[in-house]
Design a protein around this ligand. Structure first.
Ligand SMILES: [Zn+2]
Length: 179
């Protein structure tokens, strides 16, 4: 769109301005177009361009948001899988430690229990430190990780499986002694 031609306000045909004139008559319907009409049309075009750019920007933002959410979910999934290892190991080591002590293999039993303690104290801290931070991804709606709550949660889980492992070992020991 330029100022030499303008859409006819009556029928929409192109009207060409002669040089040096402010108005021009439509050769089809006789409507008169002014340079003001041409300016309005230009402004409408610019406004349309602004809106198109705005919509494109919003779409890009939604896309970034979706990508960040997907990345965050994938990272969380991987991290949670890593978190199962110390929880399961705690139970297994306490069970094995209890059984080994029961069979008078004290050295091995103590070693298992020491390993279980090591995991209990280290794993929740390591897991809390490595929790994915979704809030750092551009456009992500995810909140930052609550590291203290995460560590506490894994202390609780490791404690629970440790108790289960130890109780299982104790029950088996008592059963063996009774026989
Ligand atoms: Zn016309």
């Amino acid at each position: 769109m330029n100022l030499d031609t303008v859409k006819c306000p009556g029928c929409g045909a192109d009207i060409t301005f002669r040089k040096g004139s402010r108005t021009s008559k439509c050769e089809y319907c006789g409507s008169v177009a002014t340079l003001g009409n041409a300016l309005e049309a230009l402004e409408a075009d610019a406004e349309l361009d602004r809106r198109v750019a705005e919509i494109a920007e919003r779409e890009a933002e939604v896309k970034r948001h979706e990508n960040a959410s997907a990345d965050y979910r994938a990272a969380m999934e991987k991290w949670k899988k890593k978190g199962r290892i110390p929880v399961i190991l705690s139970g297994v080591l306490w069970f094995l430690g209890g059984m080994l002590l029961e069979f008078d293999l004290d050295g091995w039993g103590v070693l298992m229990i020491l390993a279980a303690f090591g995991i209990f104290f280290a794993a929740p801290v390591v897991l809390a430190a490595s929790e994915p931070d979704g809030s750092r991804l551009p456009g992500s709606p995810a909140p930052p990780p609550k590291k203290f709550a995460t560590a506490l949660k894994y202390y609780g889980l490791c404690l629970a499986t440790s108790a289960v492992g130890l109780i299982a070992a104790a029950i088996i020991s008592v059963t063996l002694i009774e026989k």
